[in-house]
Design a protein around this ligand. Structure first.
Ligand SMILES: Cc1ncc(C[n+]2csc(CCOP(=O)(O)OP(=O)(O)O)c2C)c(N)n1
Ligand SMILES: [Mg+2]
Length: 277
């Protein structure tokens, strides 16, 4: 897909996520919108994985450590044919549904249960290390939040990745400067992130995380450093819908009817603008 098509895909998936959350009155709205462009770059331009190859040993692995942003991931998996769109629309966040508020292996495309923050990087280190030991060509990607960097287990995993020279591992930090109750600088300062990872033996690239082409290029850049790679993706939490942008209270706020309709108008306008590009 070219950059324009990727940008359109991101608007389409933001709209579906906004609708899903509004219809079922549940979801991590700001967190989903923050990382939409990262997921689009990954799934539509980089990841070597399909619904058919998902469980084969050389298929790439994606671990969403910031598991709470599960709604945008459901929408990607539905769009890609891992899960059924109508089933998702109907059963998300309902009794006995596999589509709950955090990722589980009951959903095709999800290899690990996540949501308790701080565990995805350790899982990724295990997958990447095993792949090296088995001589597999697969690459492992882990998406974390910047608030999540407060978890001590992240740093144990970061040290192990550096120690084992896991150049087949790419972690991405969704660097939106917000977590659940406020800014990362006031709740638990994780900045500066780059130098911390560099000192743990990582190769670090910083990009605009809401610019799909930049994220894509960083993800695709050959890694000849012999080190694990971190992409610090600078994003805006709630990106794409003005009322939700850069607001901690929109972490898991549900839009009112008026906010919902306004959000749909905004996204439709974004799509129309892209249609004229
Ligand atoms: C171990 C653990 N502690 C607390 C929480 C509750 N929690 C859910 S989301 C969140 C904030 C995460 O912020 P960040 O990592 O920055 O993610 P984003 O801004 O992308 O939503 C917290 C504290 C959790 N899920 N897991
Ligand atoms: Mg954050």
């Amino acid at each position: 897909m070219n950059t324009l098509a990727l940008k359109k895909k991101a608007v389409q998936l933001r709209k579906r996520t906004w609708q899903l959350i509004y219809n079922h009155k549940n979801g991590h709205t700001g967190s989903d919108l923050s990382c939409a462009d990262i997921l689009v770059a990954l799934y539509y331009d980089v990841l070597k994985q399909t619904p058919d190859t998902f469980e084969t040993p050389d298929a790439d692995t994606y671990i969403q450590s910031k598991g709470h942003a599960v709604e945008i991931w459901y929408e990607v998996l539905a769009d890609k044919g891992y899960i059924d769109q109508k089933d998702l629309d109907k059963r998300y966040s309902t009794f006995n549904s596999p589509y709950i508020g955090h990722p589980t292996t009951d959903v095709k495309g999800m290899e690990f249960h996540t949501g308790s923050l701080g565990h995805g990087l350790g899982l990724g280190v295990g997958v990447a290390l095993a792949a090296k030991m088995d001589g597999r060509s697969k690459h492992t990607y882990v998406l974390m939040g910047d608030g999540e960097q407060a978890e001590g287990s992240v740093w144990e995993a970061a040290m192990a990745a550096g120690n084992y020279s896991l150049d087949n591992l790419t972690a991405i930090v969704d660097h939106n400067n917000l977590q659940i109750t406020g800014t990362t600088d006031t709740v638990m300062r994780s900045n500066p992130i780059n130098s911390k990872y560099e000192s743990f033996g990582w190769d670090v690239i910083e990009v605009n995380g809401n610019d799909i082409a930049s994220v894509s290029n960083a993800l695709k850049k050959p890694n000849e450093t012999g080190k694990p790679r971190l992409i610090v993706a600078n994003t805006i939490k709630g990106r794409g819908i003005t009322v939700a942008e850069n607001r901690a209270d929109w972490h898991h706020k549900i839009p009112t009817q008026a906010e919902y309709e306004e959000g749909i108008c905004e996204l439709d306008a974004q799509m129309e603008a892209l249609d004229h590009e």
